[in-house]
Design a binder for this molecule. Structure first.
Ligand SMILES: [Zn+2]
Ligand SMILES: [Zn+2]
Length: 131
């Protein structure tokens, strides 16, 4: 069981099942919606993810996806792509224990900032991770 929530505690979530696609995203939408240069994510089945306290705010971050965040403190929580309704991406940094899910790749590197460097040896992709 994975547990997490926003900074202020108003929104809490739980996720079951085995997470996958742990990645650090360098895309401009993650950057602009969080104010952070990169954002770590993991993926779980939508049916295995549930909000257990509060109600996050949802907004369309592009024509293809919805993001959620805490309306009180602003913590970015989740991402759902319209073409993958059975999956939900969750911000690793909102986990109670982010050490449980270290990233396994870097994605959307082509739209990343030039001054973000990494020497972690993980595979790095110019856009989304190859299927
Ligand atoms: Zn909050
Ligand atoms: Zn991104």
């Amino acid at each position: 069981m994975l547990k997490g929530g926003c900074f202020c505690g108003a929104v809490r979530y739980e996720a079951e099942g085995d997470p996958w696609h742990e990645t650090v995203c360098h895309c401009s939408i993650c950057r602009r919606t969080t104010g952070a240069p990169i954002v770590a994510w993991f993926t779980v089945r939508t049916g295995d993810f549930r909000i257990v306290a509060g109600e996050p705010v949802r907004f369309r971050s592009s024509t293809a996806a919805t993001r959620t965040f805490c309306g009180a403190c602003g913590t970015a929580l989740a991402f759902q792509a319209d073409d993958h309704p059975a999956e939900i991406d969750v911000t690793t940094g909102s986990l109670d224990d982010p050490e449980r899910l270290p990233p396994k790749s870097h994605t959307w590197r082509a739209s990343g900032l030039s001054w973000v460097k990494s020497a972690d040896g993980l595979p790095s992709y110019p856009a989304k991770r190859p299927d």
